[in-house]
Design a protein around this ligand. Structure first.
Ligand code: PHE
Length: 330
């Protein structure tokens, strides 16, 4: 018996231990052989051997059990040691880029107008006076030119002050019907909480032959568009003035922050102005040589929409490249 106990004690792993167990308890093991031998003994010796074998069975059995537990714990410890992860290790942060909030707002707008069958037109930021002003019923010395603080360049070139210049480019190069939007950057000499010198607009223009296009068409398109952008808001059209549209309107939505009750953002009016629009002035069609057509146009500021959608209070912060702001849009 001492031999067996010593062997159990010396076992180095679970496999060795199992071999010992088979050697003692297995079908062809020590105990089985001893019990076989018992048959030949006289009753007295049989009794003695039976007791001895039962003792061996018990003590070797429990020694095996105890050793097994010990070895299993040891094996687990070794495994954990081997697979240890150093959680204090310095990490290199992996960061992914994301669309700038102005761009993602613009994408959302473009998606809507594409679904309404509008094409996308573009034009250069450096524009001539004709496309940006003259053809839009803004002759030289017209007082309304002051509304748009223009960056002038050499040879009567300028940085376009609105995407309306793309209306002219498109009409000069295509025949009606036209159903287009023009997303893009524009420039004005302005810099404060709600103005930056370079910002983005989405222009819209629809022209059809005859007198098919009406203000009602414009109204329903813009109402649906604004609900798509802002959800369940009220929309109102206010008479206004643009040299290139007549009649003209500015469009307000009920304040997305206070629901129309009045707050700091809507200056306690309950309304937020979001775009300008109107029926295309006949002088514009004259300038591009269109006859017998009717149309509507609209223009909106993408930064303003983005600020309302994302609750940004200072437009300038959109262009400072501060990652603490930008990371909120990832
Ligand atoms: N171009 C105008 C602006 O920049 C917006 C506008 C576009 C208004 C088309 C009416 C029609 O303010």
């Amino acid at each position: 018996m001492q031999d067996w106990l010593k062997k159990v004690e010396a076992a180095k792993n679970l496999e060795e231990l199992e071999n010992i167990r088979i050697g003692v308890f297995g079908k062809k093991g020590f105990l089985a052989a001893e019990f076989l031998r018992m048959k030949e003994l006289d009753p007295e010796a049989k009794k003695l051997l039976a007791k001895e074998l039962n003792d061996i069975k018990e003590s070797v059995g429990s020694a095996l059990e105890a050793k097994k537990e010990k070895l299993a714990a040891q094996a687990l410890k070794e495994q954990l040691e081997k697979e240890k992860i150093d959680v204090t290790l310095l990490h290199t942060k992996s960061s992914a880029g994301a669309l700038h909030p102005v761009l993602s707002t613009m994408d959302k707008m473009i998606e809507y107008f594409i679904s309404m069958n509008f094409s996308i037109e573009t034009g250069p930021i450096v524009e001539n006076d004709f496309n940006n002003f003259e053809a839009l019923n803004l002759p030289k010395h017209h007082p309304a030119r002051d509304m748009q603080d223009t960056f002038y360049m050499k040879d009567s070139m300028l940085l376009r002050t609105h995407t309306s210049s793309v209306q002219i480019r498109t009409m000069l190069s295509q025949k009606p019907p036209i159903r287009m939007i023009a997303p893009g950057a524009v420039c004005r000499r302005d810099y404060d909480l709600t103005h930056v010198p370079m910002f983005h607009q989405v222009e819209g223009l629809v022209v059809e032959e005859g007198d098919k296009v009406s203000f009602a068409n414009l109204k329903s398109l813009l109402e649906e568009f604004l609900k798509y952008m802002f959800g369940d808001v009220k929309v109102r059209f206010r008479p206004s003035f643009f040299p290139f549209t007549e009649p003209s309107a500015e469009v307000d939505i009920s304040c997305v922050f206070c629901g129309g009750d009045g707050c700091r953002v809507c200056k306690h009016t309950g309304w937020l102005e979001v775009l300008g629009c109107g029926i295309v002035d006949p002088n514009v069609f004259k300038a591009v040589g269109y006859k017998n057509v009717s149309g509507y146009a609209f223009g909106l500021g993408v930064e303003r929409f983005s600020m309302l959608l994302n609750n940004t209070s200072d437009m300038r912060s959109l262009f400072e490249g501060d990652l603490r702001l930008m990371e909120q849009f990832v």
